[in-house]
Design a protein around this ligand. Structure first.
Ligand SMILES: Cc1cc2nc3c(=O)[nH]c(=O)nc-3n(C[C@H](O)[C@H](O)[C@H](O)COP(=O)(O)OP(=O)(O)OC[C@H]3O[C@@H](n4cnc5c(N)ncnc54)[C@H](O)[C@@H]3O)c2cc1C
Length: 365
C-alpha cells in the first residue's frame, strides 16, 4: 500500500507539491481552508489571507550575485526548474492550463551589479537565460530615466485558471481534498487518522500554508496593490524606478485582462485599495509602455486588488522538521512575491525532503 502524505494548503505551493508527491507514488490528501475558484467571484474581504488569487502572476528572472544573499542561488535554480515544468504543461495543455509564454521586458533606472553582470562584452548572456537580449538605448522608455533594459522569454499564468487546473488534475488522478481550518500543521496527523483511510499510516505532512502556521519571527507580509484592466498586452513589462518603486504589467491571458502594478509594502496590513495609488500605477505604466493604450487615452479598470505576499526574512522556509509527538513536517512557506515562479522547484524540494525522511525512517527499522 502506498504511503500517505497530507499537504496543508491549496495555494500554488500546496497544489504543485501535492501533484509531484502523487506522481512519486504517494497517496495524497490536501487539507486547506481555501481552495481555488473563479477569480471573478473571489471575495477579498474573506480571502485576503489566501495569496494565490491576488498574485500577477509572471516569472521575472532575479539574478543571483556574490553581492546578494546566497539564498538567491537556490531560488534561481528553482525558477529554472519551474520554467521547464511550465513549458511542458503549456505544450501538453495550451488551452486549459492558464499558462501563456511571452516576451519579458525589464527597464531599470539604476541597475545593481547583478543586472550589469548579466551581459558583458565577453559574455553577452552570462546566466544563459532563454531569449536574453540587452536593449538598445533607442528601445528604452521615452522619459530618458531608464539606463538599462533587457528582454527574455518567460511565462505568465492566469492564477485561478492555473490553480484550478492543478486542483482538477490532482483530483482526477485520485487525490483527496478536505476543507478544514487547522491551528498547526501537525494537526493534520490526527485529523487524517480520524478522517482518512483507517489503518493507513501518514508518513509526512507538508506545510504549504503560505505564512507557516508555526511561530516564526522571520515571517511577515508584504502588501501589494495592483489594478486589473481589460486591455491586453503583448509582453510582461517590469520597471524598477530609482526611488525603489515598481511599475509593471502582467497579462493574465485567457480573457483575464492585464494586471498593472504595483506596490510592495512590508508589514502593511491595510486591506483596502487606495484610489490615489490606482491612479499613480495606471499613469506610470501608460507612460512607460504607451502601447498598452492602443491609441486610447486611458485603460479600462475591472477591479483593484490588494494581496499579502507571505514574506520571510532570509527567504522561503523549505526544510523538514521532526515534530515531537507528531511526526515529520516538511515546511514550504514564506514564498513572498515569488510563489508562482519558484513553485515547481519548491515542489521538487518537498518530494526530496519527504523521500529522504521516509528512507531514513525505513533504514532505522
Ligand atoms: C499583488 C501580488 C502580486 C504577485 N505577483 C506575483 C508574480 O508575478 N509572480 C509570482 O511568482 N508570485 C507573485 N506573487 C506572490 C504569490 O502570489 C505568492 O507567493 C503565492 O501565491 C504564495 O502561495 P502559497 O501557496 O505559499 O500561499 P497561499 O496562496 O496563501 O495558500 C496558502 C494555503 O494554505 C491554507 N491555509 C492557511 N492557513 C490555514 C489554516 N489555518 N488551516 C488550513 N489551511 C490553511 C490556505 O487556505 C491556502 O489554501 C504576488 C503576490 C501579490 C500579493
Amino acid at each position: 500500500m502506498s504511503q500517505h502524505v497530507a499537504v496543508v494548503g491549496a495555494g500554488v505551493i500546496g497544489l504543485s507539491s501535492a501533484l509531484l508527491l502523487q506522481r512519486s507514488g504517494y497517496a495524497v490528501t490536501i487539507i486547506a481552508r481555501d481552495f481555488p475558484g473563479p477569480f471573478e467571484t473571489m471575495d477579498p474581504t474573506t480571502k485576503i489571507n489566501y495569496t494565490s488569487p491576488w498574485g500577477g502572476a509572471h516569472n521575472r528572472w532575479v539574478p543571483p550575485h556574490p553581492s546578494l544573499p546566497a539564498s538567491l542561488e537556490r531560488e534561481h535554480a528553482m525558477s529554472l526548474r519551474t520554467f521547464d515544468h511550465m513549458k511542458s504543461l503549456h505544450a501538453s495543455h495550451p488551452h486549459t492550463a492558464g499558462i501563456t509564454f511571452l516576451q519579458g521586458i525589464e527597464y531599470i533606472e539604476s541597475p545593481g551589479p547583478e543586472y550589469l553582470a548579466l551581459s558583458t562584452p565577453s559574455n553577452p548572456n552570462a546566466l544563459n537565460l532563454p531569449g536574453f537580449r540587452l536593449l538598445d538605448a533607442s528601445e528604452l522608455p521615452a522619459d530618458g530615466k531608464v539606463t538599462w533594459g533587457c528582454e527574455y522569454d518567460t511565462w505568465c499564468v492566469n492564477p485561478m485558471v492555473y490553480c484550478s487546473f492543478l486542483l482538477r488534475r490532482f483530483v482526477h488522478r485520485g487525490g483527496r481534498v478536505l476543507q478544514r481550518e487547522l491551528r498547526r500543521p501537525e494537526e493534520a496527523f490526527s485529523l487524517l487518522a480520524s478522517e482518512g483511510e483507517p489503518g493507513r499510516k501518514i508518513a509526512a505532512v507538508v506545510n504549504a500554508s503560505g505564512t507557516g502556521l508555526v511561530p516564526d519571527p522571520a515571517m511577515t507580509i508584504t502588501r501589494g496593490q495592483t489594478c486589473l484592466v481589460a486591455e491586453e498586452c503583448d509582453a510582461t513589462v517590469t520597471r524598477q524606478n530609482a526611488d525603489g518603486s515598481w511599475t509593471f504589467c502582467v497579462p493574465r491571458g485567457f480573457e483575464g485582462g492585464t494586471i498593472i502594478g504595483g506596490t510592495k509594502e512590508l508589514n502593511n496590513w491595510d486591506a483596502k485599495p487606495s484610489m490615489e495609488v490606482r491612479a499613480r500605477l495606471l499613469k506610470r505604466f501608460a507612460e512607460t509602455y504607451p502601447k498598452i493604450l492602443g491609441g486610447k487615452s486611458e485603460m479600462t479598470v475591472i477591479r483593484d486588488i490588494v494581496g499579502r505576499r507571505p514574506t520571510r526574512d532570509g527567504g522561503p522556509r523549505v526544510e523538514g522538521e521532526l515534530v515531537s509527538g507528531a511526526g515529520f513536517v516538511m515546511h514550504a512557506y514564506g514564498l513572498g512575491g515569488r510563489g508562482y515562479e519558484l513553485s515547481w522547484g519548491v515542489a521538487e524540494a518537498v518530494v526530496e525532503g519527504v523521500e529522504r525522511h521516509i528512507k531514513g525512517a525505513e533504514s532505522k527499522l
